[in-house]
Design a protein around this ligand. Structure first.
Ligand code: NAI
Ligand code: 1HS
Length: 257
């Protein structure tokens, strides 16, 4: 199917890599003009170049989602380029390893700044434009770690739990303005974010770390960025018109056990 986002304008954060890049490419292939936001300007540009090379519309924007000023500037540039905004995918995130005893205050603050405050700041900056457009959809990036405990991920589990709570709160507050808000909770997807964690879990051996992780997944494999992108596409599209406040696991059965 194509054209599910025809005529829409989407902003995707953390779109220079992994799930965000796959989503930007898919949204563009489905007809959206995409504002590709990332902390790393070169990575954002690479994603935007891939989209334009395939005949899509994209604008690369360098911004740190933890900075209100940078987020507002990026949103302003996106609206100046594309004329409006209909969709936001709050995908930018970082992990944070360690139990409460091991994690530092800096780990905790940075984890919450990117995953939670970033979601808040981007939503705050985008909502007036969605309102102007007559409504829209926001997808927040949660994690299975926000639904169940993942050992030695204390700050990350807490931050992704907060993203799920924030999603419900936003859904209720923004429903009268015809803005739907849902969250995706992916299980492990092999991206640059996860590789160090998998290696550490295997005592430095990636294959051993993968084997220890796979036992948690009834489906017998990890996810792919494209599989999560397809969930984000569905939640962003009119096909999900009766969904808001939903926390959707996309995890190969990991949290079903
Ligand atoms: P990734 O590391 O491949 O990509 C994340 C992108 O976000 C990078 O390009 C990075 O530069 C950007 N970014 C980081 N901090 C930023 C900031 N302050 N402002 C703007 N951009 C920033 O990560 P991946 O795996 O694609 O993860 C994307 C999201 O999915 C994250 O929220 C992550 O927590 C979540 N997630 C990932 C899972 C996985 O197994 N890979 C599983 C569940 C959730
Ligand atoms: C980083 C991402 O949100 C996944 S949390 C780790 C889940 S598990 O596969 O190690 O149980």
């Amino acid at each position: 199917m194509t054209g599910r986002l025809q005529g829409r304008v989407a902003m995707i954060t953390g779109a220079g890599s992994g799930i965000g890049r796959a989503s930007a490419e898919l949204f563009a292939a489905e007809g959206a003009a995409v504002a590709v936001v990332d902390l790393r300007a070169d990575a954002a540009q690479e994603t935007a170049d891939k989209i334009t090379a395939s005949g899509g519309r994209a604008l690369a924007l360098a911004a740190d989602v933890t900075s209100a000023q940078q987020v507002e500037a990026a949103v302003g540039q996106a609206v100046a380029e594309f004329g409006s905004l209909d969709l936001l995918y709050n995908n930018a995130g970082i992990d944070s390893r360690g139990s409460v005893a091991e994690a530092t205050e800096e780990d905790w603050d940075r984890c919450f700044a990117v995953n939670v405050k970033g979601t808040f700041l981007c939503s705050k900056a985008v909502v007036p434009h969605l309102r102007d457009a007559g409504g829209g959809a926001i997808v927040n990036q949660g994690s299975v770690a926000g639904l169940v405990a993942v050992p030695n991920f204390a700050a990350y589990c807490a931050a992704k739990g907060a993203v799920a709570s924030l999603t419900r709160s936003m859904a209720v507050d923004l429903a009268p303005q015809r803005i739907r808000v849902n969250a995706i909770c992916p299980g492990t997807v092999f991206t640059p974010l996860m590789e160090p964690m998998l290696r550490a879990r295997g005592g430095g051996d990636l294959e051993a770390g993968l084997a220890k992780t796979l036992v948690k997944y009834p489906i017998g494999r990890l996810g792919t960025p494209e599989e999560i992108a397809r969930v984000a596409l569905f939640l962003s599209s009119d096909e999900a018109s009766f969904m808001t406040g939903s926390i959707v696991a996309a995890d190969g059965g990991m949290t079903a056990q």
